[in-house]
Design a protein around this ligand. Structure first.
Ligand SMILES: Nc1ncnc2c1ncn2[C@@H]1O[C@H](COP(=O)(O)OP(=O)(O)O)[C@@H](O)[C@H]1O
Ligand SMILES: [Mg+2]
Length: 397
């Protein structure tokens, strides 16, 4: 199995007593694609800069391959960084921009007898040529080597920046919101490209983003952060299906988050109705937060539902309708292919595996109601949309 490559042990970063990283414990395996995900200001860049060696933690240790590297400067670490503002040299062509990474003096790490050792790097002209061309092929820029940087699109420039960072074969590439400057379509393309490059080259990527979709699409492991603390570490599926608290549930995807009470193993009460769920091990009558994803709610007729509500807004989204439903003053988002017009009374059913129970936390009560969302929808939503007769009304299952 994968071997541990980097470890942050109890890392704290504070500025004038202001704690911006609060006891970060994290390890990253060789060849892993790990993403630090969280809102602006949560400490992602600070964590990345500690790994890169640009910052020393106020307390705690950083290990690389089992060796403490707190005091090792960036150019002596087997790590390279791609920044959001990737600052290519506008007066140099594509080839020279990539070759620059090889011409600056630096050490490179190589495997020797199962151990990673540093070596001073000095390359012949021919070897530089060979390595640059190889890298341009990896990033799909073969044939562009003589192009001036100014004659490249944003996406192509980003590829040059990645080639420049990869050309001296770091063991780890750190990427700080590298796709932030690109438009949506290009971002999606580049996400696939980055994943391919990471796998093809067999290196470790530590990626920073505030975009949850991007994190889910690319990562082996996602680290969700807020306020300088790690909230959850897991695979994209873990983080989505089993969020640890209301912050994670709200930040990853859309969630209805409700107050509940655990009545027994596998039984949770919401709005005084008992629902079957798969969660166990809570205290008898323990207050909990309950997450219900919008796609896990089935709309049925009013009489046969577990709960009854009234539709307050509908937005056509192509694949489904975003339907806001008022249940006893609490507004839910339901994603359904059944069209239910505004004002209709509906029932809902939720399967046991569509309910996820979480411990109460400092984030309880802060997220998960779609009241403000629906007001927004009233203004911009396509509420007057009337579908064809055939698809109209709401279907019963
Ligand atoms: N040099 C600094 N001095 C004081 N505060 C800083 C410094 N660098 C970062 N911070 C603060 O640390 C927090 C985390 O910043 P950062 O790691 O850049 O967040 P992110 O990358 O997640 O947006 C922010 O509140 C930021 O203002
Ligand atoms: Mg940042």
């Amino acid at each position: 199995m994968s071997k541990e490559l980097i470890r942050l042990s109890d890392c704290v970063m504070s500025y004038d007593g202001d704690v911006v990283l609060d006891h970060i414990n994290l390890y990253i395996n060789d060849r892993e694609f790990l993403t630090l995900l969280g809102p602006s200001g949560c400490g992602k860049t600070t964590t990345l800069r500690i790994i890169g060696g640009f910052l020393s933690p106020t307390a705690g240790d950083v290990f690389f391959d089992g060796v403490r590297i707190n005091d090792v400067p960036p150019h002596k670490r087997a790590v390279n960084t791609v920044f959001q503002r990737y600052a290519l040299f506008p007066h140099l062509n594509v080839f020279e921009n990539v070759a620059f990474g090889l011409r600056i003096p630096r050490t490179e790490t190589v495997e020797q007898g199962g151990k990673t050792v540093s070596k001073k790097l000095k390359l012949s002209k021919q070897e530089i040529y060979h390595r640059v061309m190889e890298m341009l092929e990896v990033v799909n820029l073969k044939g562009f080597e003589k192009r001036p940087i100014s004659a490249l699109s944003g996406g192509q420039q980003q590829r040059v920046a990645i080639a420049r960072a990869l050309v001296n074969r770091p063991k780890v590439l750190l990427l700080d919101e590298p796709l932030g400057a690109l438009d949506m379509r290009l971002r999606k393309d580049m996400q696939g490209e980055l994943k391919r490059i990471q796998q093809e080259m067999g290196i470790t990527f530590i990626y920073v983003t505030h975009d949850q979709e991007e994190a889910l699409a690319m990562s082996d492991t996602v680290v969700v952060m807020d306020q300088g603390k790690i909230q959850q570490i897991g695979t994209p599926e873990d983080i989505y299906n089993e969020p640890k608290n209301a912050f994670v549930a709200d930040f990853i995807g859309e969630s209805n988050i409700l107050d509940g009470v655990m009545r027994a193993d596998g039984v949770v009460e919401i709005f005084n109705r008992r629902f079957q769920c798969l969660d166990k091990g809570f205290g008898q009558d323990e207050p909990v937060d309950v997450v219900i994803r919008p796609e896990d709610v089935d709309i049925v007729d009013e009489g046969s539902g577990q709960l009854k509500g009234t539709v307050t807004a509908v937005t056509f989204k192509g694949v489904h309708y975003d339907t806001i439903v008022d249940f006893y003053g609490f507004k839910w988002l339901i994603q359904t292919t059944d069209f239910c017009p505004v004002g209709s009374n509906i029932g809902i059913k939720i399967d046991p595996d569509g309910i996820h129970v979480m411990k109460k936390s400092q984030y309880s009560g802060l997220f998960g109601d779609y009241s403000s969302y629906s007001e927004e929808y009233d203004e911009i939503g396509d509420v007057d949309y009337v579908p064809d007769e055939e698809e109209g009304g709401h279907h019963e299952e």
